[in-house]
Write a protein that binds this ligand. Structure first.
Ligand SMILES: Nc1ncnc2c1ncn2[C@@H]1O[C@H](COP(=O)(O)OP(=O)(O)O)[C@@H](O)[C@H]1O
Ligand SMILES: [Mg+2]
Length: 166
């Protein structure tokens, strides 16, 4: 049994890549609504932990829970989680607006164009990029690109927001 009070739980989670143990027997409980930072030296397994929460990697052993539900076999796009990747992974051929709108356009039943525009505008305001909707990604500074990636994650109103930093 797990407590629904926790946004994230790791139960004895390990992750191996061949001979490399990236994460070794982690137990972790992140209470609902908490802001938590995983700190540690380069290569200690922080990104791997985030990728297992997001569903981009799977534990070799143990279990990950999000909102009290076991995530075994739940694909990334079905998890109430969004991740801002270390390299942002923005779509270079889209402008800012279409980068942020991407997730909303995948939803079924479809949202109206007006609703998508409203929510994209709200997300861009939140990261102080209100005037940048029509900019191409390569026309932005690194920090502005990071804020586009943040807006793209926030626009889906995820229960869990993961920020991976170098
Ligand atoms: N896909 C992979 N294949 C093999 N080894 C990996 C892979 N991803 C990460 N690692 C290794 O796992 C360890 C943890 O990596 P990572 O989680 O990226 O660390 P951090 O984010 O804390 O810097 C490192 O030793 C890294 O080289
Ligand atoms: Mg990392």
């Amino acid at each position: 049994m797990t407590s629904v009070a926790n946004d994230i739980e790791f139960r004895s989670v390990s992750k191996r890549y061949g001979a490399v143990t990236a994460v070794s027997d982690i137990n972790l409980a992140v209470p609902k609504g908490a802001f938590v930072a995983l700190l540690g030296p380069s290569g200690c397994g922080k990104t791997t932990c985030l990728r297992m929460i997001g569903g981009f990697e799977h534990p070799s052993e143990g279990e990950v829970f999000v909102g009290g539900a076991a995530m075994n076999g739940v694909p990334a796009y079905r998890r109430p989680v969004n991740m801002v990747f270390q390299q942002y992974a923005l779509f270079p051929h889209f402008d800012v607006e279409n980068n942020v709108a991407y997730g909303l356009k995948q939803l079924r039943p479809r949202l109206s164009k007006a609703e998508i525009a409203r929510r994209v505008g709200e997300a861009l305001e939140m990261v102080r990029l209100g005037g940048y909707a029509a900019r191409r990604i390569h026309e932005l500074s690194g920090g502005q690109q990071q804020r586009v990636a943040l807006a793209r994650a926030l626009v889906n109103k995820p229960s869990v927001l993961l920020l991976d930093e170098p």
